[in-house]
Design a protein around this ligand. Structure first.
Ligand SMILES: Nc1ncnc2c1ncn2[C@@H]1O[C@H](COP(=O)(O)OP(=O)(O)O)[C@@H](O)[C@H]1O
Ligand SMILES: [Mg+2]
Length: 492
């Protein structure tokens, strides 16, 4: 047990305060007790509900030193070696007297070697205790441990059946399950494994449910969203070069070991005219790779958790790594990290967090970022090497416009063959995909109002009445194109 060794080492290196951040209280307590027995130390646990209690011998709780102050006072007065585990003490750490008591205990370590362990799901080390303490993290179970968990759970299931029937498991599904449990704590992995074998079979169809449940377990803050609907590129018109690029990289992304000569693709930035399929293409990337799509919501990041923003970004990125392989979609990235905005300092720190992660990430998380506005894009992000490629998504050409009409009509259960797509495409010069979609919606309404079936002329009328954004904002579109011409690759 690697955890046991590292914890023992930490205790033996005379560090007076050890902070353990973990949601797995039982597992952590079991580990601490084993370490104590191993080192021949008495171990006590403090709970707000039960006070101080000896752990390694089973005495009933005596309800002594219930108050945190009394408990610390007691520990301070003890001269013998010992381990004291304070559970959920984070709630009291903003109390100056209690912090001082902890510091007294720590400073007195040379005379009285007591080790205090603070165990809580979330805990920050107070500044004045930093030099006197160490953080300890429970390692997540590795592949072998996860496989053991799956076997144990299957065994449990069959021992609960009157018939002692065994779980019928497809070996490939077992492998997939083990792989998908990676990154979870032992407790959570066990829970999901139970869910997967609840019906007595383990097949590939259980895996999707495990992925969703896993995501729900990890989804704490709500800034990362699991997008259930990915798209296929069949629903995206044009962008052929982008599609080819992604198709070529798919094998190296999904199975880097089988393709050691190829760099594992890291991500792309899609830059360009609004409403031309950037968001669509980001979703389709996940569909093409056949992996989950996670969207990081910058808007939510800033609004809801003011002051905790960076931590939320870090956690979201960590969650994405646990869900790997996956596509992480950063939509309209310039809004999250605009340079020169109101809160420049915060955006810079968020950008810093993102860049660090991009440079250091180990897991196959493919970034698909989109942006409409280059003026607000921090130059650091555009530098070579950040993304594998920056694609420019321009207004659709005539062929793509015809395709978009066809896609939109089909989505509304209309047969594109009944329409003159090439005439429509010609009439829609300068329209974005979003505007074409709007034209179809509006034409349907006007046809409906006249009690007519939708036909080419209704669409033509709508197009004639619309001044597309590319005309209204011609200069901006032109400036964007010029900027992009020597810095990006065309997605088409
Ligand atoms: N290339 C395209 N292919 C198919 N539909 C498109 C395309 N571009 C835009 N659309 C339509 O316009 C809508 C908006 O596109 P979106 O991807 O959100 O644009 P962007 O993210 O570039 O602003 C889409 O939902 C889709 O209906
Ligand atoms: Mg978009």
């Amino acid at each position: 047990m690697q955890d046991l060794d590292s914890l023992r080492l930490l205790i033996q290196s005379h560090i007076p305060l050890i902070f353990i951040r973990s949601r797995e209280e039982q597992r952590a307590l079991a580990l601490i007790t084993r370490a104590a027995i191993n080192l021949g130390l008495p171990v006590y646990r403090w709970l707000a509900t039960e006070g101080l209690q000896r752990l390694e011998t089973s005495l009933p709780p005596q309800r002594i030193h219930m108050e945190p102050e009394a408990a610390l006072g007691h520990i301070r007065s003890v001269m013998e070696r010992g381990l004291y585990v304070l559970v959920d003490f984070h709630a009291y750490l903003d109390h100056p007297l209690l912090r001082r008591l902890l510091k007294d205990i720590a400073l007195g370590y040379a005379q009285a070697p007591r080790t205090v362990i603070l165990l809580a799901p979330e805990i920050e080390v107070p500044t004045e205790l930093k030099g006197l303490s160490a953080m300890f993290e429970l390692a997540l179970p590795g592949e072998k441990e996860l496989r053991d968990i799956v076997h144990q759970v299957a065994h449990e299931w069959s021992s609960q059946q009157a018939s002692r029937r065994k779980v019928s498991a497809d070996p490939q599904a077992v492998d997939l399950l083990v792989r998908n449990l990676a990154g979870l704590t032992a407790t959570d992995a066990r829970r999901l494994a139970r869910m997967a074998v609840a019906d007595g079979t383990l097949s590939k169809s259980d895996i999707a449910a495990v992925m969703t449940a896993k995501y729900q377990l990890l989804d704490q803050g709500g800034v990362l969203h699991f997008e259930h609907d990915t798209l296929s590129f069949a629903q995206v018109a044009g962008l052929d070069r982008l599609k080819r690029w992604l198709t070529q990289r798919r094998p190296a992304f999904l199975d880097p070991k089988a393709n050691p000569a190829l760099d594992v693709p890291k991500g792309i930035l899609l830059l360009g005219v609004q409403g031309c399929g950037k968001s669509l293409a980001a979703k389709a990337a996940a569909g093409l790779f056949g992996v989950p799509l996670l969207r990081l919501d910058f808007g939510g990041l800033y609004n809801k958790y003011y002051g905790e923003t960076e931590r939320n970004v870090r956690e979201a990125l960590k969650t994405a790594e646990v869900m790997a392989p996956c596509v992480l979609w950063l939509d309209e990235i310039e809004k999250g990290i605009a340079s020169g905005g109101q809160d420049d300092g915060l955006s810079k720190r968020v950008l810093g967090t993102l860049l660090t992660w991009m440079a250091e990430r180990r897991s196959p998380v493919f970034l698909a970022a989109t942006a409409n506005d280059i003026e607000q894009m921090p130059p650091e992000l555009l530098r070579k090497g950040r993304f594998d490629e920056i694609f420019f998504v321009d207004l659709p050409g005539a062929a793509a416009r015809a395709q978009i009409f066809a896609i939109q009509l089909r989505a509304r259960h209309l047969d594109p063959a009944r329409f003159d797509l090439s005439a429509l495409a010609a009439a829609a010069e300068g329209f974005s995909g979003a505007e074409l979609e709007q034209a179809v919606v509006a034409a349907l309404y006007s046809a409906h109002a006249r009690k007519e079936e939708l036909a080419t002329r209704h669409l033509n009328d709508e197009l004639a009445q619309t001044r597309p954004l590319s005309v209204v904002m011609g200069e901006r579109v032109q400036a964007l194109r010029e900027w992009a011409s020597n810095r990006t690759v065309s997605a088409d």
